[in-house]
Design a protein around this ligand. Sequence first.
Ligand SMILES: Nc1nc2c(ncn2[C@@H]2O[C@H](COP(=O)(O)OP(=O)(O)OP(=O)(O)O)[C@@H](O)[C@H]2O)c(=O)[nH]1
Ligand SMILES: [Mg+2]
Length: 380
Amino acid sequence: MEIKIYEGYNLEELIEKAKNELGEDIKILHYETVEEKRFLFFKSKKKYRLFVEPVDEEEITEPVLKFEELLEKVEDLIEKKIRNSLPKYAQGLASPENLPPHIQTGSVSSNILNEFTGDALHLVEQLIEKDVLPDVAKKIVSEGCGLDIDTNKWDLNTVTTKEAVIKGIKKHIQFTGSFENGSEGIQIFAFVGPTGVGKTTNLFKIASQLVIDKKKKVAVISTDTFKVGASNQARTYANILNIPFYSISESKKLKNTVEQLRKFDFILIDTVGRSHYDYWRLGEIKEILSSLEEEIKHILTISCNFKNEDAIEVVYKYQTFFPIHSLFFTKIDETLKPGLLLNLPVETKLPVSYLSTGQRVPEDLKVLNPETIASYLISS
Ligand SMILES: Nc1nc2c(ncn2[C@@H]2O[C@H](COP(=O)(O)OP(=O)(O)OP(=O)(O)O)[C@@H](O)[C@H]2O)c(=O)[nH]1
Ligand SMILES: [Mg+2]
């Protein structure tokens, strides 16, 4: 609290002066009179001393918030900030229609009930049970539907529910097919993604298939010089396959090494797992790969047991660093609700490539196609 003191011979003028200086809303705390001593011949003169406290502007306009209200305001601000930082497709996630089924309100179910009937309705519900987002489930199922005249709702016009799902998947998801079917000449793939999702293991599953089944010339480069033992793990796999292995952490060295490997069919680059919030370290990976960026196909490896919101966030953040060639799903064996297989490609429009079904190298790997995805979402 700051108190100002004004002195003068006219009280009104002092108040006016205080208002001019401090604003109309001053608080007058106190005033006193002082007898001013003068020389013999002159009468003593009455002097005023005025004590004034300026009033804080915020105090006038904003009533004091209770703690709970303040907390609510802060939460709103944070939510708004997070929502705005997401891409368009992710911004609607918190709307009731996109919430996972266990926290959906009745209105979402009634919305589905109003649009679908019979087997189609049952199918939409089945997909939502597997954590497929309601909007994605509706999109996929409607492709296999026709309008039922009696009810004026959508019902399946395919023989089986699986056929309906496959039809929807074909319409909304792109498939790269297996990597050996790519373009002519050398192909360079870099496996990027969050920590521990299975990049190294699955890179070597691909390497094994290319070397053993397809008789291709493959070399592996690891840029993961950060994690203790990472390079040894990869080197052991490479030794088993009897293929060249390099551990490199510099962009220039990477380029030179690739130049020497031009006669190979495939170069597979393993990168260190990084949190999608760790921009600094993601920048480091980008820097190492930068000299070959246009030639590299960046494979984003994602675990099927990620939550929808987290996975979409991972894709969005990684996309700001790398042009993503395809989504490589792992750990399907660790979840009973693999809705991500549909949600992620439908929402992000990124193509999908492979699915890792377990830890065994090289057996536990499938090239993704509509039938495979459908088999994990529909039992019959
Ligand atoms: N259950 C299961 N485990 C898997 C699958 N794919 C990989 N793993 C296991 O996941 C663990 C981590 O695999 P890594 O290949 O080291 O993962 P990474 O992404 O290279 O990890 P960082 O390099 O540390 O980021 C290992 O124990 C793998 O055997 C899968 O499809 N299912
Ligand atoms: Mg690794």
